[in-house]
Design a protein around this ligand. Structure first.
Ligand code: UD1
Ligand code: CA
Length: 463
């Protein structure tokens, strides 16, 4: 059985080059904060109780954003270096046996399989631990890995402290380590801030352990980009793009047609069924599930919603936190703002807004309407220009429309209001009282016709 692994994610830095008031790990790529990406990867390797994030800048926000129950947090009040960051958790962490793996909260591209390899090589070897390294043509900014005459790792030298000869070394330290916990905690106190930056460098552990007679190994990865730490918004955008490309590729291989895939934005948590077509510039975000054989129109935005099979979301349509059943047509230019439930085969046309509304099966609101806080029965027809007046300036009120009712165009339904099953509301009505089932509600001024009035008016004008 493999010994347990404790994972420490360093996330205390502000990230000056982001030029932001927000801590770096709170910035988002691929629909998740950078820290969340790393936490999700860590969760593939260890239970939440064995994962700790070291927080400092905006500690509370970072803590709240992580959103994983059981995850541990360590506060590093002053950022005195990567070694200091791990030491900040000594009281909690040193009690945990097995292995200690260190990751960075700003390196969201690292895959669990690569980390698993690092853990395997640490736990099967007989040394004190393993560093992740990569051969780079240009290792500027990275620590360089120095080896002795036998090719064994002897120490890591930081860019700033390196001699010109050391700077020519191509093997770069990725800053990710897996150490035997007992040896790490026994020796970590030996790190000294004896460098120009007066920082406690975690990199010193390689030399300290080697000097104490324990071998430290290096595991090379193919592509240093996997360990890329985001420093600026330019890198943030580049990483976001990589996540988007991965997601879209995964969906296409799973049977989803994506037109102009380079233009769509789909979060990693989204699921989409076979033979669904996603048109250019669509955004599908958050915890959205889309069934089979749907069409998600160009430039539409679907967020945290559940869409069944055979649904058509027209172009420029916005769907938020809503449930849409099979066979529904919505859009183009519709807005299902929040918490709606649209039953099978209903039709929501252009410039129709729904808010906290249940639309019955086969019901139609084909053009220009606002339906808020409403329960609308099956097969109801909502005429163009219908408005539910759900708000009296203080409170929201409900509207109930029974199955099969017909609401004439340009009706104003002043809530709270009930329209019974199969009732009719005459076009242009302002409805303030209940319309019982099967009856007609009319609430408009009586029409007046004045014969010959127009002809006389014109004749008068000519004089
Ligand atoms: C570090 C390594 C370097 C390696 C590089 C790989 C050291 C001394 N150097 O350098 O060898 O090539 O990573 O990317 O470790 N952090 C804290 N608290 C602190 C300091 C840092 O939480 O007091 C966090 C930062 O938020 C960041 C991570 O640790 O996520 C790395 O720190 P950073 O200062 O960026 O280290 P590098 O200079 O990149
Ligand atoms: Ca860095």
């Amino acid at each position: 059985m493999q010994p347990p692994v404790t994972i420490v994610i360093l996330a205390a830095g502000l990230g000056t080059r982001m030029k932001s008031r927000k801590a770096k790990v709170l910035h988002r790529a691929g629909g998740k904060t950078l820290l969340r990406h790393v936490v999700d990867t860590a969760l593939e390797l260890a239970p939440a109780e064995r994962i700790f994030a070291v927080v400092g800048h905006q500690a509370d926000e970072v803590r709240n954003s992580a959103g994983v129950p059981g995850l541990g947090f360590i506060e590093q009040k002053e950022q005195l270096g990567t070694g200091h960051a791990v030491m900040a958790g000594r009281d909690v962490l040193a009690k945990l046996d097995g292995y200690l793996m260190v990751l960075y909260g700003d390196s969201p591209l690292l895959r669990a399989t690569t980390l698993r390899r690092l853990i395997d090589s640490a736990t099967t070897g007989d040394g004190a631990g393993v560093l992740m390294t990569a051969m780079m043509d240009d290792a500027t900014g990275y620590g360089r890995v120095l080896r002795d005459a036998h090719g064994r790792v002897s120490r890591i030298v930081e860019q700033k402290a390196a001699t010109p000869e050391e700077l020519s070394i191509r093997e770069a330290n990725m800053g990710i380590y897996c150490y035997r916990a007992d040896l790490f905690w026994k020796h970590v106190g030996e790190i000294r801030p004896d460098n120009p930056a007066r920082e406690y460098y975690l990199t010193d552990m390689a030399e300290i352990l080697t000097r104490a007679g324990h071998a430290v190994e290096a595991m090379q990865i193919e592509d240093a980009r996997e360990a890329l730490g985001i420093n600026s918004r330019v890198e943030l955008a580049a990483v976001d793009r990589i996540f988007r490309e991965q997601k879209v590729r995964e969906l296409m291989l799973g049977g989803v047609t994506i037109e102009k895939p380079e233009t769509v934005t789909i979060d990693s948590s989204v699921c989409i069924g076979m033979d669904t077509i996603v048109e250019p510039f669509a955004q599908i975000l958050g915890h959205t599930r889309i069934g089979e054989n749907c069409r998600i129109g160009a430039c539409s935005i679907v967020q945290d919603s559940s869409i069944a099979d055979d649904v058509e979301i027209g172009p420029f349509t916005i769907v938020g936190t809503s449930v849409v059943e099979r066979g529904v047509h919505a859009g183009p230019f519709a807005r299902l703002r929040m918490e709606n439930h649209v039953e099978a085969d209903a039709h929501i046309g252009n410039f129709v807004e729904l808010k906290k509304t249940r639309m019955g099966a086969g019901a139609k609101a084909s053009h220009l309407a606002y339906l808020g806080d409403s329960v609308i029965g099956e097969q109801v027809n909502i005429g163009a220009g219908t408005i539910t007046c759900n708000y009296d300036g203080f409170k929201k009120h409900p509207t109930h429309i029974g199955a099969g009712a017909f609401i004439g165009s340009n009706s104003t339904l002043v809530a709270p209001i009930q329209i019974g099953e199969g009732a009719y509301v005459g076009a242009g009505s302002v409805i303030t009282q209940e319309v019982p089932g099967g009856s007609l509600g009319l609430g408009r001024a009586q029409q007046v016709v004045k014969p010959e009035w127009a002809n006389k008016r014109r004749a008068l004008g000519k004089k």
